[in-house]
Design a protein around this ligand. Structure first.
Ligand SMILES: [Zn+2]
Length: 133
């Protein structure tokens, strides 16, 4: 939480996440956000710094997607999940589970990384079940 926020955009953030160096932008009040934010979306503070992203988060909500737009056409069915990482939430695709409602539960611990979208190979935020300690 000491390094000044770079001017990087979302693509650079995704690159950092792929390298295992994911981070969140954190304002002095502890609100988290993601690039390319310039000010805190919660309180408007402009002094955003980069804080490390936790390696695992907990599933906050999810849905099984059977019909998707063209960019995800070859990925269906898949699980779209919103995962709580403390100051921020990330939206991504949960892999490593059956794409079925009963295969996932709110509160499941998942790790975050970057993988390719099946449809077009574009990088994608992907969660996978975290191994229990
Ligand atoms: Zn704030």
């Amino acid at each position: 939480m000491s390094a000044p926020a770079s001017n990087g955009g979302y693509d650079e953030w995704l690159d950092a996440l792929a390298d295992g160096e994911g981070y969140a932008l954190v304002c002095p009040d502890g609100h988290g956000s993601l690039p390319p934010r310039r000010v805190c979306p919660e309180c408007g503070a402009a002094a955003l710094s980069e804080g490390p992203l936790a390696e695992t988060g907990t599933v906050e909500t999810y849905s099984v997607v059977h019909v998707a737009g063209p960019r995800f056409a070859d990925d269906t069915p898949y699980v779209n999940a919103i995962v709580d990482f403390g100051p921020i939430r990330l939206t991504g695709v949960l892999r490593g589970v059956e794409p079925a409602t009963e295969a996932v539960a709110v509160g499941d611990r998942v790790a975050v990384g970057v993988e390719e979208r099946a449809t077009d190979g574009e990088p994608l935020v992907v969660f996978r079940p975290a191994t229990e300690e």
